[in-house]
Design a protein around this ligand. Structure first.
Ligand code: NBP
Length: 473
């Protein structure tokens, strides 16, 4: 029998996706540059389903039913191009190459265009959920042509996570849309993690709680509106004790956060699109600051606030409100970026559907995402999530607590770039007037960059160096 799908690149992700397809009753052709990995997979897991192990590219392609569905799970970057160059000449019009690696959406657009000229569908696909998700049900974000999704969609929906019976996979949009959405998903993940980290730091630094006590606070939060995978694992990590020293695990881990680059891409892309994603940017920069051991060493010992007050028992509740409000902001910024990308590249992404497919499988899975889906269902053209009834009310309820938490952090010297920037974004959007008017005045003064007026149309320039009369520009 011919295979319904083939997977090339059998490291942790490819291997687990292949097993997931097989466990769902699909015949899976296997291929890997190093053939030992292919053999090992069949030896260890061959009884889980129908696998066709192949060694050469020609054998692999020949093992697939037509139209062929060939999934690439190799290290994103030059390896992806190398694998495409190897297989594309062996394929026929109508065949599909699915790239499930973490490719940059611009690379996906380039590859899709090149392969389209050969009649091959290139399906850049975001896959979230790591190793575990790949095996038991990831969140899947496929781009590419609608036609390819007709053939591929049922397979992807089969292996995806399910929430309330709904698969966490849907066609995102043409060419690079899937990888773009996966990129922003990761950016939001950065922001979410940063906000949780700040909450922990505040409960520790301002309320004086121990990690085990903070774990309990997170466990309680996880029974409410903040219920999510990230809050759940935060409690687990904080409750963990280091076996070697008997100290809280979080105290023996070097405090320098690393990153693989998707958060940075989200911010770089947002800058290109002119979308303010301060919450995501602050999260990326917070990791960067933590990693600058040299700067931190040089600055260590600089003066801080004299005050050392400890916050009372109501503080945790205030932090919960600040966290929820800031999380709403981070998601609103991420969704704004997806909307902007969709408009720029003509993808027509269904924003509500993105929240739906993130409910399971992926790292940012959360009860809260249902609210985002509801919000976009109620008003697909909403300019910002913040004005949705539920979110507007939550932001309203959070006002005093959110401001108190940011003020407390500033008074006590606990760094909260995520909370602070989220609040500044909120206050900027809701302001009657912004000091951007002054910025425009300065720009006109030093560079004759002109300005618009509130009371009539047109562009104007004031003769700053002359008699300061105003001229039409
Ligand atoms: P890696 O990213 O570690 O890649 C290893 C695979 O790439 C192996 O199969 C290796 O073959 C193959 N490969 C390389 Br490297 N260079 C190659 C080349 N020039 N030609 C052919 N094959 C080549 O694997 P991974 O961690 O399973 O991730 C796979 C993809 O999934 C990546 O793009 C990653 O970003 C993405 N992703 C990973 C996660 C995660 O949690 N790990 C989550 C979501 C997405 P070999 O065996 O012969 O060396």
């Amino acid at each position: 029998d011919k295979a319904q799908i083939g997977v090339t690149g059998l490291a942790v992700m490819g291997r687990n996706l292949a097993r997931n397809f097989a466990r769902h009753g699909h015949t899976v052709a296997l291929h890997n540059r190093t053939t030992a990995k292919t053999k090992a997979l069949v030896e260890e897991f061959g009884d889980e389903g129908a696998f066709v192990a192949t060694e050469t590219a020609a054998e692999f392609v020949a093992a697939l039913e037509r139209p062929r569905r060939l999934m690439i799970m190799v290290k994103a970057g030059p390896a992806t191009d190398a694998v495409i160059a190897e297989f594309a000449p062996l394929l026929e019009p109508g065949d599909m190459i699915i790239d499930g690696g973490n490719a940059h959406f611009a690379d996906t657009r380039r590859r899709e265009k090149a392969l389209r000229e050969q009649g091959i569908h290139f399906v850049g696909t975001g896959v979230s959920g790591g190793e575990e998700g790949a095996l038991n049900g990831p969140s899947i974000m496929p781009g590419g042509s609608a036609e390819s999704y007709e053939s591929l969609g049922p397979l992807l929906e089969d292996i995806a996570a399910k929430v309330d019976g709904v698969p966490c996979a849907t066609h995102v949009g043409p060419d690079g849309a899937g990888h773009f959405v996966k990129m922003v998903h990761n950016g939001i993940e950065y922001a979410d993690m940063q906000l949780i980290a700040e909450s922990y730091d505040l409960l520790r630094g301002a309320a004086g709680l121990e990690p085990a006590e903070i774990a309990e606070v997170f466990r309680t939060w996880n029974t409410g509106r903040l219920e999510s995978y990230l809050i759940e694992i935060t409690a687990e990590v904080l409750a963990h004790t280091d076996a070697a020293t008997g100290r809280p695990f979080v105290d023996v881990v070097l405090d320098q956060a690393e990153q693989k680059g998707t958060g940075r891409w989200t911010v770089q892309t947002a800058l290109d699109l002119g979308v303010p994603v301060g919450g995501i940017a602050e999260a990326v920069f917070a990791r960067s600051v933590s990693g600058h051991a040299d700067l931190r060493k040089a600055a260590h010992g600089l003066p801080g606030p004299a005050r050392r007050a400890t916050e009372g028992s109501g503080f945790a509740d205030q932090v919960e409100r600040a966290l929820y409000a800031s999380k709403i902001i981070a998601y609103a910024q991420g969704f704004h970026e997806i909307a902007a990308g969709s408009a720029e590249y003509g993808w027509d992404v269904d924003l509500g559907a993105m929240a739906t497919i993130w409910r399971g499988g992926c790292i940012i899975r959360a009860r809260f995402l249902n609210r985002i889906t509801d919000a976009y269902r109620a008003d697909p053209a909403m300019a910002t999530l913040l004005t949705d009834d539920h979110f507007a009310q939550a932001l309203g309820d959070a006002q005093d607590a959110w401001r108190e938490v940011v003020a407390t952090a500033a008074r006590l010297g606990v760094p909260t770039p995520g909370f602070s920037s989220a609040l500044a974004y909120y206050d900027s959007l809701r302001a009657d007037r912004l000091p951007a008017a002054l910025t425009q005045g300065q720009r006109d003064f030093f560079g004759a960059h002109t300005y618009r007026r509130t009371d009539r149309d047109g562009a104007f320039h004031t003769l700053w160096a002359g008699d300061r009369t105003e001229a039409d520009a």
